[in-house]
Write a protein of this length. Structure first.
Length: 375
């Protein structure tokens, strides 16, 4: 394929959408495309030095006349500059609002024609449940993009139902970097964390927002550890942190629950685990499930959003009705006490992650989309 100049805008801080955008940029750069990140800070996963990856900072000055800093306008201005100066072919934005809207404005300002590809990650659509004030804006972003993708079939369906849009939306699933996420021996690290050989380890990773239902994780763990020597690793941070901490203390679980905060080397931590729990209320895909599965960690999660497109129920993990902590605990105990079954689920998880979501395949899908919009 012809080498392209591709602009990428995402939220550069922690979060699945930022991870996907950055990993995609790195993979595309390795295939020879020029990648221009247009973001407010260096994306946290942009840790490899590549000669054809560029970072254009959206710099916010102090604007005394404005009550609120005009981030979206400054971003649109920066995008227009980069489109012209770097001669971009494609601008791939992650999130309809504000990034696709900024891209549409930048395209109108820039002298050069550029194609806009917008990826929906879920929160831009589910936010509508809270704030209908952005409805027309999101519809405009979808209709005016040259191509829209969503990270699961479920998100496409939800977008259609909530917004009544009929324009095509392609499903392009999330992916992981197979070089980072694979099974590794971490016996020594387990020891460093005070985990005994005979103990089972359950892991949960999220931004501790209400929708993640971390309290369900704690409840499931409290049932499991009554029957099995086990530890719970809670990775991440967010608004529910203090309530979860209190819950853990009130249940007397503090010796067995490790709050690890935000972590960069998640692959090593995942490899310490025997099981992942993700009991979210909403989840358009659940990138952490894929990260866990690629490391051979079976997952139990709620049957919502795109989760059943990732976990194959009773084959490589389990899905349950939202909030069914008793069933989650029963599935967890079933898996953690049956070595043969666990091994089988673990192998199936690795296999499914590689078969259905391999980065080579997903990156090629995005390249085909760029080709299509440029045709
Ligand atoms: O889950 C979050 O709160 C973060 C959010 C984001 O924008 O990074 O995650 C969304 O995008 C991820 C990458 O596509 C998906 O794997 C997550 O399922 C999705 N989160 C929700 O739908 C709640």
């Amino acid at each position: 394929m012809k080498k392209l100049k591709i602009g990428i805008t995402c939220y550069p801080t922690l979060g699945g959408s930022g991870v996907i955008a950055t990993e995609l940029g790195k993979k595309l750069a390795k295939k020879g495309h020029d990648i221009h990140f247009i973001t407010s800070s260096v994306p946290f996963r942009l840790d490899t030095l590549l000669p054809n990856v560029f970072f254009h900072e959206v710099e916010m000055s102090h604007y005394p006349v404005f009550q609120y800093p005009p981030y979206d306008l400054v971003l649109a201005n920066k995008m227009a500059e980069v489109i012209d100066e770097e001669e971009l072919d494609v601008l791939h934005v992650h999130y309809a609002v504000p990034h696709a809207i900024c891209a549409i404005l930048a395209k109108a300002i820039a002298k050069r024609d550029v194609k806009i590809v917008t990826t929906l990650h879920g929160t831009d659509i589910t936010v509508l449940g809270i704030d209908n004030g952005l409805r027309k804006m999101i519809i405009h972003a979808i209709e005016e993009s040259d191509k829209v993708t969503a990270v699961s079939e479920s998100l496409v369906k939800q977008t259609r139902e909530m917004l009544d849009v009929t324009s095509p939306i392609d499903v392009v699933y999330n992916f992981i970097d197979e070089v980072i996420y694979h099974p590794t021996d971490v016996k020594d690290i387990r020891k460093q964390f005070g985990i005994e050989d005979h103990e089972k380890v359950i892991v949960h990773i999220s931004n501790f927002r209400k929708v993640k239902r971390v309290q369900d994780v704690v409840q499931v763990f409290s049932y499991v550890q009554e029957k099995l020597p086990s530890k719970l690793l809670l990775i991440g941070d967010g608004p529910e942190y203090s309530d979860i901490l209190r819950d853990v203390q009130e249940r007397g679980l503090e010796d067995n629950v490790l709050f690890l905060g935000k972590q960069n080397n998640v692959a090593a931590l995942l490899n310490m685990a025997d099981l992942m729990l993700l009991p979210s209320e909403k989840e358009s895909f659940g990138l952490v499930l894929l990260e866990a599965m690629a490391c051979g960690v079976p997952c139990i999660a709620s049957d919502v959003g795109g989760i059943p497109e990732v976990i194959q129920h009773k084959k490589n993990g389990f899905v349950t009705e939202l909030g069914d902590v008793n069933l989650m605990a029963a599935y967890a105990l079933d898996l953690l006490t049956d070595e043969k079954k666990w091994k089988n689920f673990s192998e199936e998880a690795i296999h499914h992650a590689a078969e259905a979501f391999h980065s080579d395949h997903i990156v090629a899908q995005y390249e085909a989309i760029y080709e299509e919009v440029l045709r």
